[in-house]
Design a protein around this ligand. Structure first.
Ligand SMILES: [Ca+2]
Length: 439
């Protein structure tokens, strides 16, 4: 299947009714329908019975004097079918038509050229394209340049019809036909012979909804499955937008754990889908994460922050028992002589620290209930911040990692401000980071 690029004005795969990948509205006149038995791309083509057709109106179809390309695949029992036109009323506007008897590049009053259309083989898929390049109209059949004519006038028609000679409904095709991969572009895609794109060079859809979540020396990725994908490739960069380096190929599932990362570095990821023929899709959306060593205060501990007489602050993660003991000691010594010291075990190197009571100006205890700061980045790039307890954080991470085990696909946070609740859907979370709360 074609992908939309910067030149694509209209693109119909006929996989989803009349869905246009560029957002144009196509209206069926008569009962056209998808056909899954006869197609060039994906699962289906559009079957257009005799005397039915499609129309669409868009300023982008009025090419003025610019280059353009209209290309499509057709399968018809009769070479007299009328494939498309961009002229609204006979004689009113310069338009383009490719019909069984001729390929028109003008209108009845200002005919700049009229190219005979060679006989289109019956009952076989045929690629047809018409291109305007630097004032010349070029007709290609199966990628082979058939003929050219001058075409310098401005095309003002904003209407398009597929399956009729005029898109007000005059002269619809008299024979049924199938159309697939119909595309309109505002550029000359071909100017010499080319190999028509077909199912063997078909592009598989890119994965969507890639998310990256950071851990300690690792980043876990997940994305939505792509129909027809045999495996996925994972690519990484330290620059937003790439270029990306492939770090994993033949990934069979829709998740990947990258354990070859350095804490503190921001990584940008994309994934691609690969089909059984080895065709690789375009890149997915980009997701980023910064792996970091998270050191939450263990459950049951409290943070004791002591301000000394030299204005330095010392922090200790200690049990509630130690906090109570410290407070008792401080009160007793503060009232009396106040010259003895209190010993703390240092968490980092197992050393001991002695604080002199007379040098302590103040201290505060921060309960574990408010010690963890969780910042979540959502798929709309908004950030949400929550203060959570260690237990809450553990629960959140567990449910986020193993969403399948979660009873629900969302997590409920209590809002500090008005004690209301907020529901965050796991699939909308791109990444999150954990910090110790500092005041
Ligand atoms: Ca198709």
């Amino acid at each position: 299947m074609y992908l939309v690029d910067q030149y694509t004005v209209s693109l119909l795969h006929f996989e989803d009714g009349l869905k246009d990948e560029c957002g144009n509205i196509w209206t069926a006149k008569g009962s056209v329908n998808e056909d899954t038995t006869n197609k060039i791309s994906g699962n289906s083509s559009l079957y257009i019975p005799a005397n039915t057709y499609l129309t669409s109106i868009n300023d982008n179809y009025a090419f003025r004097s610019g280059d353009f390309t209209i290309d499509f695949w057709v399968y018809s029992a009769s070479p007299n079918s009328c494939y498309f036109t961009s002229s609204s009323v006979i004689g009113a506007t310069l338009g383009i038509a490719v019909c069984g008897d001729a390929s028109w590049v003008g209108n009845n009053s200002v005919l700049e050229g009229r190219l005979p259309l060679p006989t289109i083989p019956a009952n076989t898929w045929t690629h047809i394209s018409v291109v305007r390049y630097q004032g010349e109209f070029i007709l290609f059949i199966q990628g082979k340049l058939i003929s050219k004519a001058k075409m310098s006038g401005a095309i003002s028609s904003k209407q398009f019809a597929i399956g009729a000679r005029y898109n007000d409904g005059q002269y619809p095709n008299t024979q049924p036909m199938f159309i697939d991969e119909f595309r309109i572009s505002n550029v000359a895609r071909w100017t010499t012979d080319f190999t028509p794109p077909n199912t063997t060079t078909e592009t598989i859809d890119a994965p969507t909804n890639l998310t990256a979540s950071a851990g300690d020396s690792q980043v876990s990725l997940s994305w939505n499955a792509v129909e027809g994908a045999a495996s996925y490739n994972v690519k990484r960069s330290t620059t937003a937008g790439g270029p990306y380096t492939t770090i994993a190929t033949n990934v069979p599932s829709t998740s990947y754990l990258d354990a070859t990362v350095t804490n503190g570095t921001m990584y940008y990821y994309v994934v691609t889908a690969v089909d059984s023929s080895g065709n690789e899709s375009a890149n997915s959306n980009e997701a980023s994460a910064t792996p970091n060593k998270s050191t939450p205060v263990p459950t049951g501990q409290e943070l004791l922050r002591i301000t000394m007489s030299d204005s330095s602050e010392r922090e200790y993660k200690v049990s509630k028992v130690v906090v109570e003991d410290f407070i008792k000691w401080f009160n007793r010594n503060n009232i009396t002589i106040g010259n003895t010291s209190y010993m703390f075990n240092k968490a980092i190197d197992g050393g001991k620290e002695y604080l002199s009571c007379s040098k302590i100006i103040s201290f505060e205890t921060i309960s574990t209930k408010e010690q963890i700061f969780l910042r979540i980045t959502m798929s709309d790039s908004s950030e949400r911040e929550y203060k959570v307890s260690v237990a809450e954080l553990d629960n959140f991470i567990k449910l986020f990692k193993y969403t399948t085990e979660a009873a629900a696909n969302f997590y409920v946070f209590d809002k500090d401000i008005d004690s209301s609740k907020e529901y965050l859907f796991f699939e909308k979370i791109i990444s999150f980071e954990v910090m110790e709360l500092t005041k």
